[in-house]
Design a protein around this ligand. Structure first.
Ligand code: AKG
Ligand code: FE2
Length: 338
């Protein structure tokens, strides 16, 4: 695809896409949104979404409810250590991950969880059975009183809202790729969606590029929906000229960025762009990414429209779940021995 080769002018800002017409009854209105998404995916690999219909109170409450959890002692939090989990659930401690191999460790702590039906919602219970797979299975929630129950409730409430938004993005991505709008529908029946809430303490003093909030990396899945709490500039995105472009929080928006699974599927026509976060604000920063992959057993293989004789497929076909699992294992096993 020639556009893939010509789209490499370095971006210097991240587009904002209005989702108001994402599910419009008018196909041309949906197509217009998809065209903007296509441009963002080919040039940047990142975009903001506005009018995404998630009430601001949901991620806000998720952050507020996490404060008592992060305030627990390290010893207490380590009872839920992600390294002790067989399915990448639970707590990751400061410096226990090292996203950038050049780095010395990531200065964030976080809590990681996946699909779980909302309490009392019988209609979603059946989906629980679908979470078999390398990252499926039960979540690990902190024990304790009302505060910890609220932590679980608030995180799951935002999780489900973000998953619903993610399911609206797939048809737009399909249109953006010139595919039938329902291309991903039978590939996203079991929400392979992992959420984490991250806490970045302020970093001051002399800057050590090897110890930053989260080192330079790309995400592993199809896309990530990222909520950034407070008005703190920390996230940066690398353009093709090697310049870090700021991605500050913009009120009312969420950040969407593509991951490597989609880059493989599109033969890098859609970009999975390197990013990092560093909190030099002097105050604590919180963010909540939701990493959204397809069903675990879907084969990720270059789309015919993204290969040509002059631009052959770069990646071997691989099962979506195996791919994400191998990336997660590299992240967590690397940190164990670091
Ligand atoms: O906290 C952020 O802004 C970025 C987080 C991130 O890139 C990640 O968790 O993959
Ligand atoms: Fe990321």
């Amino acid at each position: 695809m020639n556009e893939a080769l010509t789209a490499n002018t370095a971006f210097d800002e991240i587009p904002i896409i209005d989702m108001a017409n994402a599910t419009s009854n008018d196909p041309t209105a949906r197509q217009r949104v998809a065209e903007q998404i296509r441009d963002a995916c080919v040039r940047v690999g990142f975009f903001y979404v506005k009018n995404h219909s998630i009430p601001a109170s949901l991620p806000e409450q998720a952050v507020q409810s996490s404060l008592p959890f992060f305030d627990l002692s390290t010893e207490e939090k380590m009872r839920y250590d992600i390294h002790a989990s067989s399915n990448f659930k639970g707590y990751n401690a400061f410096l226990s991950e090292n996203t950038d191999p050049e780095g010395r460790g990531d200065l964030n702590e976080g809590f990681n969880f996946g699909w779980e039906a909302l309490e009392g919602d019988e209609s979603e219970k059946s989906a629980w059975a679908h979470t078999a797979g390398p990252m499926g299975g039960a979540n690990v929630w902190p024990e304790g009183g009302e505060e910890m129950r609220e932590f679980r409730r608030a995180l799951l409430a935002y999780y489900h809202a973000a998953v619903r938004l993610g399911l609206k993005l797939f048809p737009l991505l399909a249109l953006a790729l010139g595919l039938p709008e329902d291309f991903f529908a039978d590939k996203t029946t079991k929400p392979a969606a992992i959420m984490r809430i991250l806490h970045y303490p302020p970093q001051d003093g002399p800057m050590d590029d090897r110890v930053i909030g989260i080192g330079a990396h790309t995400d592993y899945e199809i896309f990530t929906i990222l909520y950034q709490h407070s008005d703190i500039q920390a996230l940066q995105v690398l353009n093709s000229a090697g310049k870090w472009i700021n991605a500050p929080p913009i009120p009312g928006t969420l950040v969407v960025n593509l991951g490597d699974q989609l880059a493989r599927w599109t033969n890098d026509v859609f970009k999975s762009t390197v990013h990092r976060a560093i909190n030099r604000s002097g105050i604590r920063r919180y963010s909540i990414p939701l990493f959204f992959g397809t069903d675990y057993d879907v084969t990720v293989e270059a789309l015919p429209s993204c290969v040509s004789p002059g631009y052959p497929a770069k990646y071997a076909p691989i099962k979506a779940g195996d791919y994400v699992k191998s990336r997660l294992e590299a992240t967590y096993s690397g940190s164990k021995t670091a």
